[in-house]
Design a protein around this ligand. Sequence first.
Ligand SMILES: Nc1ncnc2c1ncn2[C@@H]1O[C@H](COP(=O)(O)OP(=O)(O)OP(=O)(O)O)[C@@H](O)[C@H]1O
Length: 287
Amino acid sequence: MENIMEVNGVSKGLKDFQLSNLSFDFKKGYIMGLIGPNGAGKSTLIRCLMDLAKIDSGEIKLFGMTHQENTKDIKQRIGFVYDESHFYEEFSLEKNKRIIAPFYKHWDDETFYSYTKKFHLPLKMKLKHLSKGMKMKFAIAVALAHHPELIILDEPTAGLDPVFRRELLDILLEIIQDDKKSVFFSTHITTDLEQVADFITFMNNGEIIFSKEKDAIFEDYKIVKGPSELAGEIQSLNPVGMRKTDVSIEALITDVHNVAPLLPQGVQLERPTLEDIMYYTVKGITS
Ligand SMILES: Nc1ncnc2c1ncn2[C@@H]1O[C@H](COP(=O)(O)OP(=O)(O)OP(=O)(O)O)[C@@H](O)[C@H]1O
């Protein structure tokens, strides 16, 4: 399968922050989730992907091209949804649509109106009077109406009610069904990714901790639980993170195939959630 996105050794310095040597690939026809704690650099990476922020070194290729080579073509082929509203607040949704549509070669009114109907969006209302969730829905309708091959969303489910969140995840799953489109989205709601993502990229402190197939992550990481007396033995196995109470111990281990045979008797192995993996990676060993 061909790569739709290739990030090679990308670095970007901001005032007090640095994206450091990021590398990962993303294949066509899948959903990739981008996770990481607040301030990890997810939005900064997305801004670099969209060429809204210039990278200092390395290379980003989308559809096999860099922005320098053909940014216009790249942007036509991406549906981009992000938090800062880039629409006209004083105008109605209909008027916003009339302004935006001519910028896209493949704009499709029928698709646009089918989504605004599905999302119950009031076309005559001024954008500034929409709720946060409704604005997000409008941004999604606009992004999907020009038939993008790649959809990039920065925290699209933030501010959405659970019913629409589920609906949006179903829409994202529908989009990739023809194997020609791909979805890349950042989120703090890791359970959403457990449902729909094929690949997960995890960032912390401006670095990539891993970028892997979801199933491979759950094969590699396990939670170890046991009585607190075993703390020393578990710690000697170099867990990613560990939490100890007076009576029990819980740790996250990686490279489970090599580490599991070394585990002491009396511990249980459990499948972690993505949230467990994030928590222990960020927190490390606490007591
Ligand atoms: N324009 C900017 N100038 C200087 N620093 C910035 C700028 N934009 C972001 N930063 C800093 O870069 C760091 C990463 O921010 P970023 O928004 O990329 O993180 P994030 O992972 O998306 O976080 P969150 O989950 O909270 O949205 C933060 O420390 C932030 O303050």
